[in-house]
Design a protein around this ligand. Structure first.
Ligand SMILES: [Zn+2]
Length: 135
């Protein structure tokens, strides 16, 4: 069972800085993602060997983005409708494209942040067994 009280719950600027650069949460040098604008997590860090692919963040970043975009875009669309009353197609183009742009822009960095936070707050999950270290 993981010890969730192992790391203090305070912001770790260095860790978040590494995550926003999409670098390994342990060494800060190796890339988390495959080359290009990929969202696929590398099997392991090229610099320190930390196994990254076993700790994929799953749907977490998408869920956070859904909540954030809903909180941001729905009130904005309602206010825009109240103030300007544009045709329906303007709403579709404006808010649809804005949601797509924000999602594509933020998903990669949010995924890296969640992997970094998992690394900090769930250290037991990242421990390697002796058999794995001999590979
Ligand atoms: Zn590393």
């Amino acid at each position: 069972m993981a010890d969730y009280n192992a790391a203090p719950l305070r912001p770790d600027a260095a860790l978040i800085k590494r995550a926003l650069a999409c670098k390994c949460p342990k060494c800060g040098k190796g890339d988390i993602f495959m080359p290009g604008f990929s969202m696929t997590v590398c099997a392991q860090c090229s610099q320190c060997g930390l196994k990254l692919s076993e700790h994929d963040s799953g749907d977490g970043p998408a869920v956070f983005l859904i909540f954030f975009l809903g909180f941001l875009l729905v009130p904005s669309a309602l206010l825009f409708e109240y103030l300007f009353a544009p045709p329906l197609w303007v709403h579709g183009v404006l808010w649809g494209s804005m949601a797509l742009i924000i999602t594509l822009g933020a998903l990669r960095y949010l995924k890296a942040c969640i992997i970094a936070l998992q690394f900090k707050h769930r250290p037991g999950d990242w421990a390697q067994t002796p058999e794995e270290d001999q590979e």
